[in-house]
Write a protein that binds this ligand. Sequence first.
Ligand code: 16G
Length: 242
Amino acid sequence: MLDNQSPIPLYYQLKNFIEDQITAGLWKPGDRVPSEAELGTQFNISRTTVRQALGELVNQGVLNRAQGKGTFVAQPRIRQGLTRLTSFTEDMQARRMRSSSQVLRLECTVPPAWVAAALGVREGGSTVVLKRLRLADDTPMAVETSYLLYPLCASVLNEDFSRYSLYTVLTEKIGLRPSRASQQLEAVACPAEEAALLHVRKGSPVLHMRRSTLDRSGQSFEQVESYYRGDRYIFYSELAVE
Ligand code: 16G
């Protein structure tokens, strides 16, 4: 099935073949991919060639390797636009996925310096901190820590965020409607604590984000720090000249 005479390298032809199997739905997320030896025999190519094809697909996140178990077709990633201000709950609803949260921390706290500066909290002043593990269809996707203005948001301390959306509670109970936000993201190696929560290896690539959310008057009421799984998310934006 691979063409020896083609100027296209054999490893690249095998890579295309595997991607075609996945696109056609013949190999499904979670399916085990044939071993290097099996693919080598099937296509009459060397194991080095097979290894190169599989290695590139692993690096691209198309396949996953599980130590001692083999190579598997990766779960499809969530494609998340970066232009609309939405909540995790809304994002999952739009994909017909079930969102849920584990509340890891909800209390009044003295915030880190970057939060205090951004929210205009005086030295020694407090914020409400809400740290959650966010899950989609029961799979851990992100760890989010939100710092909220205090005492304005004090009533959220009594809410059950394993069931309710923060943005819904802020809008309906406090009249704080998220209207604008600025957000930055960078790739980092996943710290140990977040790795355990997200079920990824410590040091694997994750997207570290900070968001500053403003209300209609332009006041920032929320500073968020999040770690999103690099193997489950693609962030994209559309660009135009001007
Ligand atoms: C999103 C936001 C987060 C916000 C949360 C509210 C990012 C990258 N994401 O996950 O800032 O706090 O939505 O979600 O910052 P909720 O209304 O579903 O609780």
